[in-house]
Unconditional design. Structure first.
Length: 423
């Protein structure tokens, strides 16, 4: 595949404008100073390194996220309200992950429905973690004022995330007042949030609560118990008996989940263990995830994205040879099966592969995969799936630290310009 090597004047203008800091809206935080953790001071995910990103990378990320958000925001609310909000939310989550808090707030102001309340609450959690209590309190209040529409489920999610703000602020009573007692699964998430601050003497009683939640065999409650144990493991990891209790509980609970969540759950456990220096135990968890993945038949469109989760875990553990071999195998398998996948489901595999290659530092392979993702995402005759795929690819590039070369920037602009009826 080949692309023109030169950027048009229009594309240069677009990138330059999108890279400029936007003024904060009335509901946003004011200015960059103190309100945004800039990418230059946060940890970057660039080709598997932890180096602070350059100004050029920060500008590239900002522009990609702006393109991602504006593209999906062109989607008509009627009849695409849910798809539009879901895609917008994904962009804001990426802003939060990269520490672009002002950009996240600006995008949140342009959203509607419960997902708007959700991202405002998540922004509040970031402020609470940074000790910016006034901003955190403001976000909590704003999130609860958002009209959730007809979604009771969405309203409960927003309330739970607001409660987590209060936990971070040390106000457990207000957290519990925000989430009604009959919302047991949501209360479980609040408990998981409390783990980091609980006195040591209360930790075992909290683990007992997680055991009871898992024992109900209710999907939502069990997931809450599993999430709780993952947080608990992070807290007690150097206490051998408690660490063993957590790992044993997770090992028993995960098989009750769908296979893809089992794979991801084992990888999450591995990441917690490895972050605290328990590489051998982490490797065992990744081995378990790999065995489960290989023993299960997933849909063709789901195979590569989930397999890359395992491959990236290998790479994080330092086994780059095994990670690269797994990426090669997944890519070959996907290329053979691509034509059997409906066109609006193809780009996700290319994006996942690109992210894996970037973690290895294989930028040429990542560039090829991102180009393929852009092509695959532009196949559908309807603009809605094209907008969703363009947004997802731009988000992936931004979070992974990939700076698209001129030919890919031009391809992005051409796809963006073509987003019009029929949706």
């Amino acid at each position: 595949m080949s692309y023109p090597r030169l950027l048009s004047v229009t594309t240069f203008v677009m990138v330059a404008l999108l890279a400029m800091p936007a003024a904060c809206s009335s509901g946003s935080t004011q200015g960059r100073s103190g309100s945004e953790v800039s990418a230059s001071s946060s940890t970057a995910k660039v080709a598997g390194t932890s180096a602070a990103p350059s100004a050029a990378l920060t500008a590239s990320r900002t522009a990609l996220l702006a393109t991602a958000f504006t593209g999906v925001s062109r989607m008509p609310i009627d009849p695409h309200e849910r798809d539009r909000a879901r895609a917008q939310e994904s962009v804001v989550l990426a802003c939060l992950e990269l520490g672009f808090f002002d950009q996240a707030a600006q995008f949140a102001d342009q959203m509607q429905g419960w997902r708007q309340g959700n991202v405002i609450a998540l922004l509040g959690q970031r402020y609470a973690a940074l000790g910016q209590n006034d901003r955190a309190q403001s976000c909590a209040a704003r999130a609860l004022l958002v009209d959730p529409g007809e979604s009771t489920w969405g309203k409960d999610i927003v309330a739970t995330e607001v409660a987590r703000i209060y936990v971070k602020l040390g106000d457990d009573s207000k957290a519990y007042a925000t989430v009604p007692a009959d919302l047991q699964a949501e209360r479980g998430r609040v408990e998981a949030e409390r783990t980091a601050k609980l006195p040591d003497a209360q930790l075992d009683a909290q683990a007992d609560m997680f055991d009871k939640a898992i024992a109900t065999m209710n999907f939502d409650l069990a997931r809450g118990g599993i999430d709780g144990y993952l947080a608990w493991l992070d807290r007690v990891i150097d206490d051998a008996p408690r660490r063993e209790r957590a790992l044993k509980a997770l090992s028993a609970a995960l098989p009750g989940l769908p296979f893809d969540l089992q794979v991801r759950g084992n990888v999450q456990s591995a990441d917690v263990l490895f972050a605290h220096g328990y590489k051998e135990l982490a490797t065992l968890q990744v081995d378990r995830a790999s065995e489960l993945f290989r023993a299960t038949v997933f849909l063709p469109e789901d195979t590569a994205p989930l397999g890359v989760v395992v491959a990236k875990a290998r790479i994080r553990l330092g086994d780059t040879k095994a990670g690269r071999a797994e990426l090669r195998r997944l890519r070959t398998e996907y290329e053979v099966r691509a034509e059997t996948i409906v066109n609006l489901r193809r780009a996700a595999s290319w994006r996942a592969l690109a992210e894996g290659y970037l973690l290895l530092g294989d930028t040429d392979d990542a560039r090829y995969c991102y180009a393929a993702a852009l092509d695959a995402g532009a196949l559908n005759p309807n603009a809605r799936p094209r907008a969703e795929d363009l947004s997802a690819t731009c988000v992936s590039m931004a979070v992974s630290g990939f700076m698209p070369p001129p030919e890919l920037l031009l391809r992005i602009e051409n796809i963006r310009a073509g987003l019009a009826d029929p949706w």
